[in-house]
Design a protein around this ligand. Structure first.
Ligand code: COA
Length: 252
């Protein structure tokens, strides 16, 4: 990967905000294995670094992320590999994050671009944002503990419509479903997200961390679900039906 596909901006002048930015706009910020590695490293580092009080995910103009890179999906499907995909390590790092996570979304949020919000505490989205998880259309299954967290947050029917039926959710529908906190105009997403992060980062750090952990609850249940999903996800990734779906996308 180019080192610039994920930009990690360390806290400046005591701001306390670590920014993880998707920055592969020519591919709609689709996430490759090295990009997952970089984000995992940043999240794990944030847990240990007292200078980091809040982690903010941002994308680029009109695009948060189109989810996992389809070429990587296809390569994994054809490799016969049993290695744990880099995405799995990233998802676990998300679930084990100890500092508040915020996200600023403008435009496309697909696959993990949507499900990572289930681990975020405050998401600000532009009015033109669309959230979509076409897992089953790709012959895959929900990931990132979304099969557990989405029904809890959104209720079964809306979660099913999103995760299984693959229905797209507008920013308004996502707000109504409790998936995001606030809708703002596209041009202010970034400023508003950083303002939210700033106000959290200015709070007493110990209380902030404890409050977040209390609200997130024990992680075991979430990690167990991630592992359960991963068993199915990995098997489905190598299935003929998934391979056909990835090949169809690559051929377009
Ligand atoms: N993996 C790899 N490349 C991707 C990608 C992905 N997930 N999503 C988009 N891209 C690439 C396209 O192949 C295209 O590359 P090219 O210019 O070299 O041909 C480029 O990004 C622009 O995408 P394009 O499809 O032309 O833009 P669009 O605005 O018409 O559609 C999407 C955007 C995101 C709706 C569409 O690309 C799409 O459906 N992507 C797949 C999303 C997905 O299913 N992700 C996995 C979820 S589990």
């Amino acid at each position: 990967m180019s080192d610039t596909h994920i930009l990690v901006e360390q806290p400046e002048n005591g701001s306390g905000i670590l920014v993880i930015r998707f920055n592969r706009p020519d591919k709609k910020n689709a996430i490759t294995e090295p990009m997952y590695h970089r984000m995992t490293e940043a999240l794990v580092g944030a847990n240990r670094d007292d200078a980091v009080r809040v982690v903010a995910f941002l994308g680029t103009d009109g695009c948060f992320s189109a989810g996992n890179d389809m070429g990587d999906f296809l390569a994994y499907a054809m490799s016969g590999s049993d290695d744990v995909p880099a995405a799995a390590r990233f998802i676990k790092a998300l679930a084990l994050a100890e500092k508040p996570l915020v996200a600023g979304i403008d435009g496309l949020a697909i696959g993990i671009g949507t499900t990572l919000n289930l681990h975020c505490d405050m998401t600000i989205a532009s009015s033109r944002s669309v959230f979509r998880t076409p897992f089953v259309d790709l012959a895959l299954v929900p990931e990132a503990a979304s099969s557990l967290l989405a029904p809890r947050i959104m209720g079964h029917q809306r979660a099913f419509a999103m995760l299984v039926a693959g229905e797209g959710f507008s920013a308004k529908a996502a707000l109504e479903a409790g998936l995001i906190w606030k809708i703002v105009p596209p041009e202010t997403v970034e400023a508003e997200t950083l303002a939210v992060a700033q106000s959290l980062a200015a709070k007493p750090p110990q209380a902030l961390k404890i409050a977040r952990n209390l609200m997130r609850g024990p992680r075991n249940e979430v990690l167990e679900r991630i592992n359960e999903e991963l068993v199915h996800f990995s098997l489905q990734l190598k299935s003929a039906e998934a391979r056909a779906a990835f090949e169809a996308f690559m051929r377009r």
